[in-house]
Design a protein around this ligand. Structure first.
Ligand code: F6P
Length: 193
């Protein structure tokens, strides 16, 4: 069978502080996940010696990949949704400083574009070449970010694009997709750390 493997980066310092965006390092727990991910790959990925690992250009995804001996590729197109002026803020701070934007995002999370940043629709557009590559690849693990993974996941699950912002992609979980002619099978492997 042909599988596509997906994972968010391990918990970051920003995740702990509730801040969005940025380029933070992994937390201690996030580092534990990075180590555990190596074990999970060895255990669950057939032909893991031939696996390719794709990350974004951000530290937290590379740190998550660091214990995997596999060849790696970095893609700018896998970077997290750009929150523009809101980068580095908590949702509470965004609600205080940019109340209209906060309400607008609540109203239409798919179309809402951060000031100087991106919307989910924008992310889907820049993911197009990645998704095309993934369609042709045999054995890839993609380690990236929440919003980006929601879009990739929705695509392979054949969900309408507009539903992407609500896909559930928890931390510290390795997701196995098996695309088939009539739909994609999903297996979620929790790291329990
Ligand atoms: O909080 C982690 C994070 O990856 C942020 O960097 C990003 O802005 C956010 O999740 C995306 O999730 P949502 O679209 O629900 O705000």
């Amino acid at each position: 069978p042909r599988y596509i493997w997906l994972s968010r980066h391990g918990e970051s310092q920003y995740n702990l502080e509730g801040k969005i965006g940025g380029d933070a390092d992994l937390s201690e727990r996030g580092m534990k996940y990075a180590r555990k991910l190596k074990d999970l790959v060895e255990k669950y990925v057939p032909n893991h010696d031939k696996l390719e690992v794709w990350t974004s250009t951000l530290r937290r995804t590379q740190q998550t990949a660091q214990f995997l001996p596999n060849p790696k590729k970095q893609w700018k197109a896998l970077d997290e949704l750009d929150a523009g002026s809101c980068d580095g803020l908590t949702y509470e701070e965004i609600a205080q400083r940019f109340p209209e934007d906060f309400a607008a995002r609540d109203e239409n999370k798919f179309e809402y574009r951060y000031r100087g940043g991106e919307s989910y629709r924008d992310v889907i557009q820049r993911l197009e070449p990645i998704i095309m590559e993934l369609e042709n690849q045999e054995n890839v693990l993609v380690i990236t970010h929440q919003a980006v993974l929601r879009c990739i996941y929705a695509y392979f699950m054949n969900s309408p694009q507009e539903k992407s912002p609500w896909m559930s992609i928890p931390l510290h979980t390795l997701i196995r997709l098996e695309p088939r002619a009539y739909g994609t099978n999903v297996t979620r492997i929790k790291a329990n750390i």
